[in-house]
Write a protein of this length. Structure first.
Length: 434
């Protein structure tokens, strides 16, 4: 009886719209894989924090934050451009060829960033913590960066081709599963041991992606001018770099003016809060190509319909999870170690920001798919500048609480500005649910 009620409800929600039905079914599949990936990631982080302790695990979190920042540079902003190009090109051979051309750009860019890391290691070789420095792991950063950037690019390629499992495997599910198995098998005793296994996991997933791509792809000659492609991707590159820089700066200032223990608290709270992004990531991986196609046809009614349907899904699934984490937050934090329970107030602040952003997060991707990359880039820049000044003032004075408040402003402001731009430029209501 209950299953029939659910089926009737889903049928009513989709209202016979084929695009809605595809969005619902494919998002559900992506959500499932993302849920599995996040569960693995949760136990992975718990294993690391318990093995290394709150202080040493801060080095691991800072390494990952630095890697994400460097990836925002080496990716050249082409991940979402790839999704857009493939979504409007139905020839599978041309899709593979376009991907391969852009992949070469990413490979060259990531290699150059790695070379710069090695040549100018003194830029990063200053102490973040007493008795240690990120410069100690600079070689590993340089080694893993190209593989990490290419891995994420494969994820975008499979996203555009609606290959959900391969996209999620390339995004995080694959390397996190391998890393967790390696950690359990080898029981590393130091940060370096954990990072070496991290690098190995990333390269193994990248190798799998290349083998799978070469086996299934048929390459043809296509023209994809670098200047034209880069002119589209440059605004996204700027927004990615600025956005990741604002995140990195919060962690950097917190590490400078506080302690590695508080950095661990902050990082764990961030990762728990990101659980709310389950559905937004799932929906984005399905809806981004749809946005590109609908905007290409200039069908405003269909675009508004997609926004309404995605907003319904986001609220229905995000609110129960938000409530669950609020109620059981202290118990969840305790799984990382008894001392992490002290970070519960920080968790509430970051969680609230993530909940708000999860409700309207598709607007960020809509701007990128509809040709308004520059407007999105500018909004990210302005909000990041605001976050920077907040971080400089709040974190040295209020420590962990200041970092949480800065994160709240940073996350919510970008989403709000994106909604405003969507309303003004695309003439649709980003908040509409009925």
């Amino acid at each position: 009886m209950k299953f029939s009620l659910v089926a009737n409800l889903l049928k009513k929600v989709t209202s016979g719209n084929k695009m809605h039905a595809v969005l619902l079914s494919d998002s559900a599949i992506t959500f499932l894989f993302k849920l599995i990936s996040s569960i693995i990631s949760f136990f992975l982080l718990a294993f690391i924090t318990k093995s290394l302790g709150a202080e040493l695990s801060g080095y691991y979190f800072l390494f990952i934050a630095t890697l994400l920042f460097l990836n925002s540079i080496s990716s050249l902003g082409m991940n979402n451009i790839l999704v857009k190009l493939i979504a409007v090109n139905f020839d599978s051979s041309k899709q593979s060829s376009i991907f391969l051309i852009l992949l070469r750009y990413i490979l060259v860019s990531s290699f150059l960033v790695s070379v710069v890391l090695i040549l100018y290691n003194f830029i990063l070789s200053f102490g973040f913590f007493s008795g240690g420095a990120i410069g100690d792991y600079l070689a590993l950063l340089a080694i893993v960066l190209p593989a990490y950037s290419l891995k994420l690019f494969f994820s975008s390629y499979y996203q555009a081709k609606n290959k959900v499992f391969l996209s999620m495997l390339s995004f995080g599910l694959g390397y996190q599963t391998l890393l967790f198995l390696f950690l359990v098998a080898f029981e590393p005793a130091s940060v370096s041991d954990v990072l070496v296994l991290f690098v190995l996991s990333v390269y193994l997933i990248l190798f799998f992606n290349f083998v799978n791509f070469l086996r299934d792809s048929n390459i043809v000659n296509v023209k994809q001018d670098f200047r034209e492609t880069f002119s589209m991707s440059f605004p996204l590159l700027v927004s990615q770099v600025v956005s990741q820089m604002s995140i990195f700066i919060v962690q950097f200032i917190l590490a400078e003016y506080s302690s590695p223990t508080e950095l661990s608290y902050f990082s764990v709270c961030q990762r728990i809060s990101i659980l709310l992004s389950f559905l937004i990531i799932a929906i984005n991986r399905v809806i981004s190509p749809m946005f590109a196609k609908v905007c290409e046809s200039e069908n405003h009614a269909e675009l508004q319909s997609l926004i309404v349907f995605s907003n319904r899904l986001l609220f229905i699934f995000s609110f129960p999870l938000f409530t669950f984490i609020v109620i059981f937050g202290e118990s969840i934090l305790g799984l990382f170690g008894p001392q992490f329970v002290d970070a519960y107030p920080t968790l509430l602040v970051i969680l609230s920001a993530q909940f708000f952003a999860s409700l309207i997060g598709t607007m960020n991707f809509l701007l990128q798919m509809s040709g308004y990359q520059k407007q999105f880039s500018l909004s990210v820049i302005y909000c990041s500048i605001l976050s920077f000044f907040l971080a400089v003032f709040l974190i040295p004075n209020f420590g962990l609480s200041g970092a949480a408040l800065t994160t709240f402003v940073s996350v919510t402001s970008v989403s709000l500005v994106s909604c405003f731009v969507v309303f003004k430029k695309l003439k649709v209501n980003p908040f509409k649910v009925y």
